[in-house]
Design a binder for this molecule. Structure first.
Ligand code: HGY
Ligand code: MN
Ligand code: MN
Length: 390
């Protein structure tokens, strides 16, 4: 299974480019359907484009496991796909363990978890949970100006019914997402997530005055690049002082000419903190310093909150249930957002199962997990599936 999925959307440097509703995403969906088909699982695509493979009739109190198949730009092989490969492997293990499920079992692939193309994370699960407004969401555009609903239609998905799907969530008895750990905090083969930090994405638009790099005196410039550069440094300093995280990882310069002073710079801030108060004050401090510098540079600044995720604590009774089944593995919070966080926040009984990442590197071609730890993840996922469904 792993080998079949590995080449899909893979770049020359070994990273992945699997953006939602692109041909790479469609190839991933074909992989999902093929794996489900070989297991006699019926596949349905829900109103938001999420894929559900069912072992038995969809019904209440089902055991649902899965993750996502899309990636960040140049992402790693494990973030998302490890959860899906492990889910299908657990279904196989069910059968080798001689269990005929007494409750329905489903494998789900949530669409557009990374928000790499349209800017908002966890779109598939947020739409289904009713926490993303369909009209606003379908109007989101990618860097080419393509709307989400246009991208859906181009791949044969009708966006007309996108939105809350309470029936889909109500039939979930427990949702378990297996995911590669994305830090270095887990020093055992598997772990259980306790919480997800609050985090968000803010778009910074710095507007100055484009001009000739060779004939414009420094005093006559309104250079948005200066305001942007200072903001990146201010973000890092404020994050250090707040003992939190702030990252500018994406920037677009207009016009982007070597011999032209930029007219505009658009950059995206990703910020995360252990609690909402810290996050709010950190984001405010960065914006305030950016505004002061922009003022000095004669640059206009507009900041837009694009995707904000409140903190999530995974439900204690599911956490204790999973801990009891799995022999009490380590528990840890994470700064990474997940579909499991969206479902937990929507009141779905949810467990997040981590597989050790020896280096902690993620969102990079260097992302890796050892085979033995991956197999321990499959065994743990199977234990949970058997306990709930058999
Ligand atoms: O960015 C995140 O937290 C996750 O990878 N979507
Ligand atoms: Mn990710
Ligand atoms: Mn992920």
């Amino acid at each position: 299974m792993w080998a079949d999925l590995l080449p899909v959307g893979r770049l020359a440097n070994g990273g992945y480019q699997r953006f939602a509703w692109t041909s790479a995403d469609m190839a991933c969906r074909e992989w999902f359907r093929a794996e489900a088909g070989t297991r006699g699982m019926d596949v349905e695509t829900d109103r938001n484009g999420n894929l559900w493979a069912w072992l038995g009739e969809p019904g209440p109190d089902s055991f649902v496991t899965g993750s996502h198949l899309d990636s960040v730009p140049g992402g790693g092989a494990y973030d998302g796909p490890l959860g899906l490969v492990s889910a299908f492997a657990a279904v196989d293990a069910l059968q080798t363990r001689g269990c005929t499920p007494a409750r329905p079992v489903a494998v789900v692939a949530f669409v557009d978890e990374e928000g790499a193309r349209f800017g908002v994370a966890c779109l598939g699960s947020r739409l289904s949970a009713g926490v993303a407004d369909p009209e606003r969401t379908l109007a989101l555009t990618d860097s080419d100006g393509t709307r989400l609903d246009e991208a859906m239609r181009a791949q044969g998905h009708d966006p007309a019914h996108a939105g809350a799907d309470p029936q889909a969530l109500e039939r979930i008895g427990v949702f378990v997402e297996l995911h590669v750990e994305q830090g270095r905090a887990l020093d055992a083969p598997i772990g259980l997530a306790t919480a997800i930090w609050p985090h968000g994405r803010w778009r910074y638009d710095f507007t100055g005055e484009g001009n000739h790099a060779g004939t414009t005196a420094l005093a006559d410039r309104r250079d948005p690049m200066l305001s942007y550069a200072m903001t990146v440094l201010a973000a890092r300093k404020q994050a250090r002082l707040a003992d939190a995280l702030a990252t500018f990882g994406k920037v677009v310069v207009d016009p982007g000419g070597t011999n032209a002073i930029a007219a505009g710079v658009t950059a995206w801030l990703d910020s995360r903190a252990p609690d909402e108060a810290t996050l709010a004050s950190l984001v405010a401090a960065i914006e305030q310093q950016a505004a002061e510098r922009a003022e000095r540079d004669g640059v206009r600044l507009r900041v837009t909150a694009e995707s904000v995720t409140p903190p999530v604590s995974f439900p204690a009774d599911q956490l204790d249930w999973a801990a009891e089944v799995l022999g009490n593995p380590p528990r840890l919070p994470t700064g990474a957002g997940h579909d499991a966080g969206v479902l937990a926040a929507a009141g779905v009984p949810t467990v997040m199962l981590f597989v050790r990442n020896p280096t902690g590197v993620s969102h990079s071609p260097a992302e890796h997990a050892e085979l033995d730890d991956c197999l321990a993840g499959v065994a743990a996922l199977t234990d949970l599936m058997v306990r709930h469904a058999c």
